[in-house]
Design a binder for this molecule. Structure first.
Ligand code: 5CA
Length: 441
């Protein structure tokens, strides 16, 4: 992409409403625009990152055996009346009336609707287990939408729902999502710690929140330090096998959100391993058995022809929240520092003298080579001064910058800067192209 043809509306000043780094940088880097409280337009740069995160989440869901579908954003109130949640949910639910005076709502989550889909089609134990997911916008009329996309009112969530015949196999479905989440967050460059959590309006008796540590996080958390650096299970995990040991390895160590915190248990963690910190909840998984399937009569016939109420769990990831969460984890005072897996463009090319024949030609060579190699470069071909270009590129945070100027070109060289470390090296055009291409290899 050539910057001169892109839509990248940068802000010069820090907006007053942004109290944390991610919100500030997302507005300044032209990633989002607020339309009204907690509701955002995803501008091209932000949209690209959102879609990259969504794709990684999708790939890891598929790997774990979940099957993608898509449910609507607008739901009929009847379904929520069946489970008693229409009244229980309170003012967070956006309620809508259609032209026929039918009560509708903009879905804050989908347990009730997926249970209806399930009971419409599945009749036999032979069709279990099932694990279905979608990636869809949700609406929650949060009392205090804040921190930009981190606590929005409209937000993008991946939500998976599992259906099992027994509690035992339901536990295995829970474990699959537990492990898939560890791998998903690791691919996003994040260290997410699973912590015992309260179940809130979703309900149930077993639940973990996946938390990334950040000073600006909304949740207070307590955990054993070793959990923070524990490596993810890895993409070669056998999701058909028993995952209990992988889960136990983590749940054996103390980790809890404030709501479930037990100070006496935490005191048993060796003092030098006790970590009390703040964190951002990027995922939340629940096992709630028959909470929805019993009132909605979602049953299957077992092998003796007797009806059995299915056991369910639900598993959410805050896809749009992750954009902010990743920036909280990766930035400096100049701007964002994207992990390679979600960066909106693979590298930036800075033309220090647009209009100069040699500089333009060198930039074009690099631009076309990196494009062909699938690196997806952003070429700053605009006529601005060097200083403006450097700070713009630092702000939007692409992992590599290739700086092309007349002085370097005299000896056939360009400068490659690593955004994270700040390290610079002078390389020939070919070497620069190879270096960046291989970094994504
Ligand atoms: N139905 C269940 C799981 S599918 C559910 O709704 N769980 S949740 O309420 O915990 O939400 C799942 C994830 O969505 C959270 O972990 C969080 O990352 C994200 N999320 C929740 N509320 C918001 C919000 N207001 N803004 C942005 N992300 C949110």
């Amino acid at each position: 992409m050539r910057l001169s043809r892109y839509f990248l509306p940068l802000l010069k000043e820090s907006p007053a409403e942004a109290s944390i780094a991610s919100h500030n940088f997302m507005l300044r880097a032209g990633m989002v625009k607020q339309n009204t409280a907690g509701i955002y337009t995803w501008l091209p740069l932000g949209h690209k990152v959102l879609k990259k995160i969504e794709q990684i989440v999708r790939e890891e869901q598929n790997r774990a055996g979940a099957v993608e579908m898509l449910m609507p954003t607008i739901q009929p109130a009847e379904l929520w009346r069946e489970t008693g949640r229409y009244d229980a949910y309170g003012p967070e639910m956006l309620r809508i009336t259609d032209r026929h005076e039918r009560e509708m709502l903009y879905g804050p989550t989908n347990e009730d609707m997926i249970t209806d889909v399930f009971r419409s089609f599945v009749r036999s134990y032979k069709d279990l287990p099932q694990m279905l997911y979608h990636i869809q916008w949700k609406f929650r009329d949060e009392r205090r939408p804040r921190f930009g996309v981190m606590r929005g009112r409209e937000f993008l969530m991946k939500d998976t729902y599992s259906f099992d015949l027994t509690e035992d196999t339901a536990r295995q479905s829970y474990n699959k999502m537990f492990v898939a989440y560890l791998n998903t967050f690791a691919r996003l460059g994040l260290k997410a710690v699973p912590m015992r959590a309260d179940t809130g309006p979703i309900g149930g008796d077993l639940s973990h929140e996946f938390i990334i540590l950040a000073e600006t996080g909304e949740s207070e958390v307590f955990c054993h330090k070793d959990l923070v650096d524990m490596a993810a299970p890895g993409l070669d995990v056998d999701f058909g096998g028993d995952l209990q040991a992988l889960v136990d390895e983590r749940t054996a160590l103390y980790a809890s959100t404030e709501e479930m915190h037990d100070a006496d248990e935490f005191a048993k963690v060796p003092a030098d391993k006790q970590l009390s910190a703040r964190g951002i909840e990027v995922g939340h998984i629940f096992y709630f058995g028959e909470k929805y399937s019993a009132p909605m009569k979602a049953t299957v016939m077992d092998k003796d022809g007797k009806p059995v109420t299915v056991k369910m769990g639900s598993y959410g990831i805050g896809v749009s929240r992750l954009v902010g969460g990743i920036i909280e984890a990766f930035h400096d005072d100049k701007g964002i520092i994207w992990p390679k897996s979600v960066t909106p463009f693979g590298a930036g090319i800075i033309n220090l003298k647009a209009g100069d024949e040699d500089v333009d030609a060198a930039c074009e060579t690099i631009y076309s080579a990196l494009s062909k190699a699938g690196v997806d470069p952003l070429y700053d071909d605009k006529a601005d001064r060097g200083g403006v270009k450097f700070s713009r590129m630092d702000l939007i945070g692409l992992p590599y910058q290739i700086v092309v100027g007349p002085r370097g070109l005299k000896t056939g060289e360009v400068e490659v800067k690593d955004r994270a470390s700040g390290e610079r090296q002078n390389l020939t055009l070919d070497a620069a192209i190879n270096f960046v291409t291989e970094a994504y290899g």
